[in-house]
Structures are given as C-alpha cells and as structure tokens.
Design a protein around this ligand. Structure first.
Ligand SMILES: NC(=O)c1ccc[n+]([C@@H]2O[C@H](COP(=O)([O-])OP(=O)(O)OC[C@H]3O[C@@H](n4cnc5c(N)ncnc54)[C@H](OP(=O)(O)O)[C@@H]3O)[C@@H](O)[C@H]2O)c1
Length: 276
C-alpha cells in the first residue's frame, strides 16, 4: 500500500468511519483505520498510540469516542490536533454534535489548527436505532427512553459518510461547518412508530423521567460517562435548540438528505429489527 495521501479514519470500524473507509477504498485511496483493534492500534485514552497511527498521514477524520461532548474531550482533541499537525497532517475533518457547547469548543480547535479543516456537525443518527443503543430495545418490542416531546431531524449516517468523504478528498470544503440533518423533524415516539409499521410488529414506546432512566442505566452497569451523556442528550441537547433542519448535506453534496422513511425501509428489509 502506498502511503501517498494516506488518510487516517478514527473510529474506522464504527457507524460513520466504516462507511467512510468503504468509500475511500472503493476509490483506491489509502486508508488507515484508527481504532483500538486496528494495526497499529489507536486509543484516544493512550497518547502513545497516536504517533504510530499518524505516521505518513496527510488527512485525518476525527470521530472522538465515546462522544465529543463528554468532559475531557476538549483537552484530548486539542492534544490530538497539535500532534497531528506537528506530524504533517494537512487536512482535518471533525465529526461534531449539533447544539453542544463542548463540541463547539472542539470545532474551534480544528478551525484554529492552521491546516485545512471541515466540521461535520450532525444531528442524532438514524442508525442509533439499528446499530446503536436503541437497537436491542426495538428487537425486544419495547423502547424505553427519557421523556422528551422534542422533535429531531434524524440523519442517515450514509449521508454523513458522503459529506465527510467529500471533505476528506475534494477541494472546496475547507473552512466549512456543515450542519447535517435529515429533511424531517420527528419525535422519538414517531420514529419508533414508523419502525413499528415498517416491521409489521407492535413496538411499545415508553417514556420515563430522565432520572429514572439514568438510574436504571446505572443499575445495569452502564459506564458513568455514558449515563452522563444520556442525561445530557435528553435534557440539555433536547431542550428545543436542535428542533430545526440543517442544510449541510445539500451544501456539501448538492442533493437532499435521505428521509428517515427511506432509512427505515432499507433497514427493515435486512431483518435486524426482528430478532427478539
Ligand atoms: N450517535 C449520534 O447520534 C451522534 C450525533 C452527533 C455526533 N456524534 C458523534 O459521533 C462520534 C461517534 O461516531 P460513530 O457513531 O461513527 O462511532 P461509533 O460507531 O461509536 O464507533 C466506534 C468506533 O470507535 C472505536 N473506538 C471505541 N473506543 C475507542 C477508543 N477509546 N479509542 C479509539 N477508538 C475507539 C471503535 O473501534 P475499537 O473498538 O476497535 O476501538 C469503532 O471503530 C462521537 O464523537 C459523537 O460525539 C454522534
């Protein structure tokens, strides 16, 4: 494999990263996956792993784990960006979260890095229902989530991958903050009802006070950072600030974002929501 234009994809086996890697490999662009299971391994919590992962890399996709909004992310992103630029990286594409002040601090770090940069600031992923924390509950037939009546324009991760890939390899995306969302606002209840109709099976939607939800998560051993994140998402981030559509997909790609219904039909056909 040539190292020319080598692109590091952090989270390269995850929801967004895996799809970006596929797109780049289809175009024969050399890619290095940045994850704990990759070779060389890359771990956000172990700085010693960053230098080998960055060797010969000119472009990097940053998808921080477990979430860009968690306490400590800002320091880590600053250190990583400094190290990446010192190591020769010339272009950075950051996956960010809409309406999150901590994420915006990370966006500023990338914007001040001195190299070409693009931010992809995403709404709640549709794939959280099929590849993330909501999957098991859909399979079990009962989705329990903290109470919220807020609507969210769920974004299809394939659209994020298209936007991020363009920003990684095309000219014309530098200095842009693409706010990527789906084209329709839906409440979580409406989203689950849409999935229920598509799979032809009753999926109960139960909303509980956020305190009860987080206590339940703690009781079954969910890590503290994730419990904090759930509370943050369903209180701060879903206080109404994100109940509007962004046009990042249109801006970056010149086409509309995929609707949630298209995502639901596609996933329903795979049968993944039927395992109970
Ligand atoms: N989910 C949403 O709705 C949403 C919305 C907006 C923004 N975001 C942002 O999206 C990012 C997550 O992206 P994603 O959903 O594509 O990722 P994901 O599916 O959660 O990806 C997991 C990936 O990260 C790697 N990973 C896990 N822990 C790691 C660690 N300590 N060090 C290095 N790699 C690690 C995993 O590989 P290994 O197991 O091999 O390490 C895997 O490649 C977060 O920064 C979040 O803030 C999410």
């Amino acid at each position: 494999m040539t190292t020319q234009n080598l692109i590091l994809i952090t989270g390269g086996t995850g929801k967004t990263g895996r799809r970006i890697v596929q797109r780049l490999q289809q175009q024969n662009i050399p890619v290095r996956i940045g994850s704990r299971s990759a070779n060389p391994p890359f771990d956000w919590e172990n700085e010693a792993t960053w230098t080998p992962a960055l060797k010969d890399v000119l472009t990097a996709y940053i998808a921080y784990q477990p979430d860009i909004a968690i306490p400590g992310a800002v320091d880590t992103i600053q250190k990583f960006v400094d190290k990446a630029v010192a190591s020769g990286v010339q272009r950075l594409v950051l996956l960010s979260g809409r309406g999150e002040p901590e994420a915006q601090l990370c966006e500023t770090i990338v914007a001040k890095s001195g190299v070409a940069w693009t931010v992809v600031s995403a709404s709640f992923f549709a794939q959280n229902f099929s590849e993330g924390f909501v999957l098991e509950s859909i399979q079990s037939g009962e989705v329990v989530l903290p109470t919220t009546t807020m609507a969210e324009p769920f974004i299809d991760v394939d659209d994020i991958a298209d936007v991020a890939t363009a920003a990684l390899i095309e000219d014309g995306h530098s200095g842009k903050i693409y706010e990527v969302t789906g084209p329709r606002l839906l409440t979580f209840k409406e989203a689950v009802e849409e999935i229920s109709r598509a799979v032809g099976r009753q999926i109960q939607y139960v909303s509980v006070p956020v305190e009860a939800y987080t206590q339940g998560a703690k009781d079954v051993g969910v890590p503290d950072a994730i419990v904090w994140l759930m509370e943050y998402l369903f209180t701060t981030v879903m206080d109404g600030r994100n109940a509007y559509l962004g046009d990042g997909v249109q801006q970056a790609l010149g086409r509309k974002a995929r609707d949630f219904s298209e995502y639901v039909q596609q996933v329903a056909q795979t049968g993944i929501w039927n395992n109970s």
